[in-house]
Design a protein around this ligand. Sequence first.
Ligand SMILES: [Zn+2]
Length: 274
Amino acid sequence: MECKTCGNSHPEKFCPSCGEKSFDPKQLSLKEFAEELFEGFMHFDNKFFRTVKMLITKPGQLSLEYTHGRRVYFMRPIQFFLVVNLLFFVLAFHNMYSLSLYNYITFTPFTNYNTKQIIGGLLAEKHLTLAEYTQLFNEKIKVLSKEMIFLFIPLYGGIFALFFFKKKQYFVEHLTFATHFCAFILLLALASFYFVTLPFYAITRISYSADFDNISSLLTTACVGIYAAVAINRFYKPHLIWSIVVALLIAGSFFSFIQFYRMILFFQIVRFGH
Ligand SMILES: [Zn+2]
């Protein structure tokens, strides 16, 4: 049998040189098509949920699997992150990454960056009302926060590379670990949105509580820190004390990085309009 893609002759089901599946015109039947579609979905589902399960139940293991070459059973890091990112921004319609303009011009620490004056100047310059600009801004930040969230991967990759430069040879190993870590953060935020935030506001029927916000931020930080410690311990295998120290630093700086990210988004939108 000859491979339809590269012309290599072989008797196997898949071409050993390019991986193409042996072709039979019967594969063009509607029945085969439906089977392939179903299989595609099932396969995607299985792989995705298997990856999520491994990410949550054995922190750090997914990165070990990938960097040790066991890649068939799980989604690849970036592919996985893309799917999680998509799910997150569709499902978590209120999230800590894309705040509305109201938050930026009302609360500290945002107002410390002259957000009120900047928006005031912009409205005068563009002859827009606050309501009109709010709508524009809120639409833009939704798109931009989804695109820019990838910045967290090299950021954390760099941090892990710095702390564990003695342990691993390739930067991609740190990037892999960082990608899984960032995917976990998004899944954690998604879970806390549906299982903590939404139920809380649904039950209490209040519109905003600063106390609740502080407590849930504290819980998130604790989860991030514990997860980081376990994942670091499994992936880098440092001295336990070092795992804890790095995890504490990661957890301690967690919201500062998000805050920094929010300001980047704000200035990107008001300066360049996108
Ligand atoms: Zn071939």
